[in-house]
Every structure is written in structure tokens, then in C-alpha cells.
Write a protein that binds this ligand. Structure first.
Ligand code: SAM
Length: 200
């Protein structure tokens, strides 16, 4: 099986890739990650979706491509320069809301309703604020985290942090997890119900 051929990329992808290259932004998500995000988004009709780390909107475009008309996406990034690219190509879609602010602050705001799917692609919600972000996941909701295989742009000492994150996720009693050594390296985490399963 060859899984490198990506079918049906969202219409905005070529323009996002062109502007991402022009900006010199090198942290864009991989095409296979995008295709997976679209599949997962499609499994949550009417869903509330969250992305931490908008970048230039590559992942957001794929998420929107999988979402139905009643789903919504909140996407958060601190850098207005990269978010401007995402807004230029995706901003006309009424299902998406852009938040230019720190991801940790976003997660800690009061009164935030829970989400059905979270794509954690920035430091907060991954290497900090992990408890907060998982608290915001509905039972049955999916948390997706990528860039878990060594990347050329990792700073010194980052590898052990990634290992600790994976161990932390796997030790939680309210989560079911799977590692995918695929694309940039992913984990999928599904929050389980707080109700214990019946026995016998
Ligand atoms: C890996 S890139 C995101 C790529 C994007 N999700 C995609 O699909 O192409 C990480 C992004 O996190 C943003 N970022 C860095 N620190 C942040 C913070 N404290 N809160 C929110 N976003 C942050 C960066 O500006 C960068 O755009």
C-alpha cells in the first residue's frame, strides 16, 4: 500500500502552500496529517473543534474540509503574521473563528464549552496545560497530537519531553491512546466516559 498520494485536498491548500513558502514558515503540518484530520473531523457532525497552533492554516483547511456545515472550529496562535495567511484563505468560512492569543491563556479562560476534537499543534496543550486541554475534551472526544517523531527543527533536549508527553498520555485512566509512527509521528487519544463500565 502506498499512502503518500493524498486524495481530494481542500481547495484552499495550493494557495496556502504558496503563501507559506513565500513567508518562509517551516512548521506546516504534513499532508497525511491533514488527510487524517479531515477524516476525524468528519466523524464529529455538529462538532466543536479546536486547533492550538493555527500556523498558516494548513491543518485548519483540512479540518474544515472534513467538517459538516454545523460544526465549528476555533483555532489559536500567537503570531499574527502567519495567521494572516490562514485568514486570507479560510476567513470567509463562517464555521471558523481565529484567536490571536496565547494558547495557554485560551485554555484557562472561564466558561469554555468542551470540544469534540482537539488538534494540539503548539506548545500549550501539549508540553504545558495538558491537564487543562484534556479536561476540555468531551467523553468520546479525540485529541490529536503530531510531531512526535524526531524533526529537523527540534531544539536540543526536546526528545525527552516528547517521550514524557507520550508516557503521561498513556498513564491516564480516562484516556484510550494509540501511537502512530507515521507521517510526523502522532498519538490519537480518546477521552472515555467518567461512568465505570458495567462488570459481569
Ligand atoms: C507547528 S506550527 C502549527 C502548524 C499548523 N497547525 C499547521 O497545520 O500547519 C505551531 C504554531 O504554534 C504557534 N505558537 C507558538 N507558541 C504559541 C502559544 N504559546 N500559543 C499559541 N500558539 C503558539 C506558532 O506561532 C506556530 O504557528
Amino acid at each position: 500500500m502506498d499512502d503518500t498520494g493524498i486524495r481530494q485536498p481542500p481547495a484552499a491548500i495550493p494557495s496556502i502552500l504558496r503563501d507559506t513558502g513565500a513567508l518562509g514558515f517551516d512548521m506546516i503540518s504534513q499532508p497525511r496529517v491533514g488527510a487524517l484530520l479531515a477524516v476525524l473531523a468528519a466523524s464529529k457532525p455538529g462538532g466543536r473543534l479546536l486547533e492550538l497552533g493555527t500556523g498558516t492554516g494548513h491543518g485548519a483547511a483540512w479540518l474544515l474540509g472534513g467538517m459538516d456545515a454545523t460544526s465549528t472550529l476555533d483555532t489559536v496562535d500567537t503570531d499574527p503574521r502567519v495567521v494572516a495567511v490562514a485568514q486570507r484563505h479560510l476567513g470567509a468560512d463562517p464555521r471558523v473563528r481565529f484567536h490571536i492569543r496565547d494558547g495557554g491563556e485560551f485554555l484557562q479562560q472561564a466558561g469554555l464549552d468542551p470540544f469534540d476534537l482537539i488538534y494540539a499543534d503548539a506548545w500549550p496543550g501539549k508540553f504545558s496545560h495538558l491537564g487543562e486541554i484534556l479536561e476540555l475534551l468531551r467523553p468520546g472526544g479525540i485529541y490529536v497530537v503530531d510531531d512526535l517523531l524526531p524533526q529537523p527543527n527540534w531544539p536540543d533536549g526536546h526528545g525527552p519531553k516528547v517521550q514524557a508527553l507520550m508516557r503521561d498520555l498513556e498513564q491516564r485512566s480516562d484516556c484510550v491512546t494509540v501511537r502512530l509512527a507515521w507521517a510526523s509521528g502522532l498519538m490519537l487519544v480518546v477521552r472515555t466516559s467518567s461512568q465505570p463500565a458495567p462488570t459481569g
